[in-house]
Design a protein around this ligand. Structure first.
Ligand SMILES: CC(C)(COP(=O)(O)OP(=O)(O)OC[C@H]1O[C@@H](n2cnc3c(N)ncnc32)[C@H](O)[C@@H]1OP(=O)(O)O)[C@@H](O)C(=O)NCCC(=O)NCCS
Length: 191
């Protein structure tokens, strides 16, 4: 999660991008009340977000996971990077159940060289976790970063997810910092 200023929604009209997003019709989302993964044998597939309707599905999952579940302030969950990021969705049985994004960094993190990407907004619906959906999302985002010729990817990991990222080859560095009221560590992986 990237840090950003909190916003007083009553005082300021949202930027055009968000008004466009919120004016789109409701999209169906595989909910946390869906059949648990162990009784749902449908395979999980990961696909790039190709249009606005699919982006709405990704944003809806992020809303459930970050805003409703983790109480991240609404004003920082969506940001300007969403318009240009490479977004992916995980599907099971026709329902969207997870998402993540890759943003190309304007400059590498301190101490690194060349082109770098930032992976973020990794979110899997609670009822579908620990079934390798997050791993599949991460691998697809890393593959896209490789295809773009980046030297490495960085991310801001919530402390509870450190082991998940370590198992995927990420190394933690620097001090713990807060984003959206949650403790994070920066992690890097050379590709
Ligand atoms: C972080 C997150 C995306 C991971 O998604 P996920 O689908 O649960 O990820 P995976 O199933 O690939 O791996 C998660 C763990 O489940 C374990 N696991 C995978 N399949 C399993 C299985 N069949 N049985 C038991 N454990 C399993 C993995 O080993 C992994 O363990 P680890 O965390 O110790 O490495 C998910 O927890 C999430 O959405 N969290 C809330 C949002 C969030 O905090 N996102 C930002 C994190 S910085």
């Amino acid at each position: 999660m990237d840090a950003g200023p909190s916003c007083d929604r009553a005082a300021r009209a949202p930027p055009l991008f968000f008004r466009l997003l919120t004016s789109l019709p409701f999209v169906y989302l595989g909910s946390d009340m869906a059949t648990p993964p162990e009784t749902s044998p449908a395979p999980v597939t990961i696909a790039q977000v190709k249009d606005e309707a699919e982006l709405m599905q990704a944003l809806a999952i992020r809303e459930v996971v970050f805003i409703e579940e983790q109480h991240v302030p609404e004003g920082i969950e969506r940001d300007a990077e969403d318009a240009n990021a490479f977004h992916v969705l995980a599907y099971q049985g026709g329902h969207a159940i997870g998402t993540g994004r890759l943003v190309m960094m304007s400059e590498p993190p301190p101490g690194q060289q060349g082109k770098w990407g930032q992976i973020g907004r990794m979110a899997v619906l609670q009822s579908h976790r620990k079934a390798r959906v997050g791993s599949k999302l991460l691998i697809m985002l890393e593959n896209e970063a490789r295809n773009r010729g980046v030297g490495g990817v960085m991310l801001h990991a919530q402390l509870y997810a450190l082991e998940f990222y370590k198992r995927h080859g990420y190394e933690a560095l620097g001090p713990v910092f807060q984003e959206g009221g949650i403790d994070h560590l920066e992690m890097h992986k050379r590709l």
